[in-house]
Design a protein around this ligand. Structure first.
Ligand SMILES: Nc1ncnc2c1ncn2[C@@H]1O[C@H](COP(=O)(O)OP(=O)(O)OP(=O)(O)O)[C@@H](O)[C@H]1O
Ligand SMILES: [Mg+2]
Length: 380
């Protein structure tokens, strides 16, 4: 997957930005607050319907503007081949409109399914250290891209769960719960089978990735937690057994909506807490495992966005992750405040450099002109 054109309007301080990224490594450098992360948020928004820094309504729309707008053109093939696709999203926080290849889209999910982007950013360690929500979102986003039956099962389950919760709150009799529990069990079993198979594939990807990405972490192992004691009871029975407790708390306490997964690494064999840097490396390995799986399934790696790479990883890890990505042929976006840590990648033949300054993004000619020189090329 290769983005050939990116237009951003009214995203944080970016009033209007247009970029023509290169097919390989794209480096975006500028001082603090210049708008570098915002460029990556635009890509993330198109692929997830939200930013990695929160929802659209949490400050993504530029002050004074009505909505953020992102337009992307890309070629879906592994070598940047395939017919050009186009997507546009206008999002005002509480409402949105989207276009995909010239047609309106009815569901935001349809738009997000088109362009795959994997983002690693300063908050990514939450994937390892935080609550279950980001891990479930990670797992389901990956599945949603590789398995068409997953989203319908997920929607059926979510609807039945909402109904059961409403009945529990209203203290309705057991007979009314039964139908929804059957529906939850049917859809939930299907979701869980997909999730289990998906995480087993990611486990294999991790086993391959971690030794080359971060040998110091030791062997990595990913374990799935389905959300109930699946080894002992069926989902239908688990729901039946938890009715009493669920009535007391007023919601459903077991089931795939409580699913989770964990990575155990050799460096912390008993599940000891990881250092912040180690947690970041594990999170990065999981994201790359997901990207590798997508790459295998689609024959094309997703776009990879690495925010503030130099402050997240040491030089050795930076070098390894960029070398690994170069081998895959993925299109990569890397931001940083300084050219110095990116000096080596910058010398790569396919590297394209952008200077971000005061919310404007301009190409940096390959002739070695340094930022701070004649100034960036601004928007039209
Ligand atoms: N809703 C908004 N409207 C206008 N400006 C905003 C909005 N939200 C954030 N900003 C401004 O946008 C900038 C944030 O941009 P961004 O986080 O992309 O910068 P950055 O280049 O990644 O900086 P850093 O190097 O510190 O990570 C800040 O200057 C901030 O004040
Ligand atoms: Mg930033």
């Amino acid at each position: 997957m290769r983005i050939t054109r990116l237009t951003i309007r009214n995203l944080r301080r970016l009033a209007q930005v247009e970029l023509q990224p290169g097919p390989g490594l794209n480096l975006l450098v500028g001082e603090n607050g210049a708008g570098k992360t915002s460029v990556l948020e635009a890509l993330h928004l198109m692929a997830y319907g939200r930013s990695f820094r929160g929802r659209v309504r949490d400050g993504l729309v530029r002050s004074g503007a009505e909505a953020v707008e992102v337009f992307v053109e890309w070629r879906p093939g592994g070598h940047g081949d395939g017919a050009t696709r186009r997507a546009g999203l206008r999002h005002a926080g509480d409402r949105w409109t989207g276009r995909l290849d010239g047609a309106d889209v009815a569901q935001l999910g349809d738009l997000c399914a088109a362009l795959a982007v994997v983002s690693f950013e300063p908050g990514s360690h939450a994937l390892v250290e935080g609550g279950g929500e980001p891990r479930r979102r990670f797992m389901d986003w990956g599945l949603f891209h590789v398995e068409h039956e997953f989203l319908p099962a997920w929607r059926r389950y979510a609807r039945a769960l909402r109904q059961r919760n409403a009945l529990l709150k209203a203290q309705r009799p057991d007979a009314e719960l039964e139908g929804w529990e059957l529906e939850m069990a049917a859809a939930g079993d299907e979701m869980t089978r997909s999730r289990g198979a998906y995480l087993a594939r990611l486990d294999r990807q991790l086993a391959e990735l971690v030794p080359s990405l971060s040998p110091g972490l030791g062997a990595a192992e990913l374990a799935f937690q389905p959300g109930w004691r699946r080894q002992e009871v069926s989902l239908a029975d688990a729901l039946l057994l938890s009715r009493g407790r669920d009535r007391q708390v007023g919601h459903t306490t077991v089931g795939p909506h409580r699913a989770d997964w964990r990575v155990r690494v050799g460096a912390a064999p008993e599940g000891e807490p990881l250092s912040r840097g180690q947690a970041k490396l594990v999170a990065l390995a999981c994201l790359l495992a997901q990207a590798a799986d997508l790459g295998e399934r689609h024959g094309a790696w997703p776009v990879v966005a690495l925010d503030d790479l130099a402050s997240e990883l040491d030089a050795a890890h930076r070098g390894r992750v960029l070398a690994l990505l170069e081998r895959t042929g993925a299109q990569v976006f890397v931001t940083g405040t300084d050219w110095a840590p990116l000096e080596r990648p910058r010398r790569r033949a396919d590297a394209v450099m952008f200077h971000v300054e005061h919310g404007r993004v301009g190409p940096l000619p390959a002739t070695g002109r340094e930022p701070g020189g004649p100034g960036p090329v601004g928007p039209e």
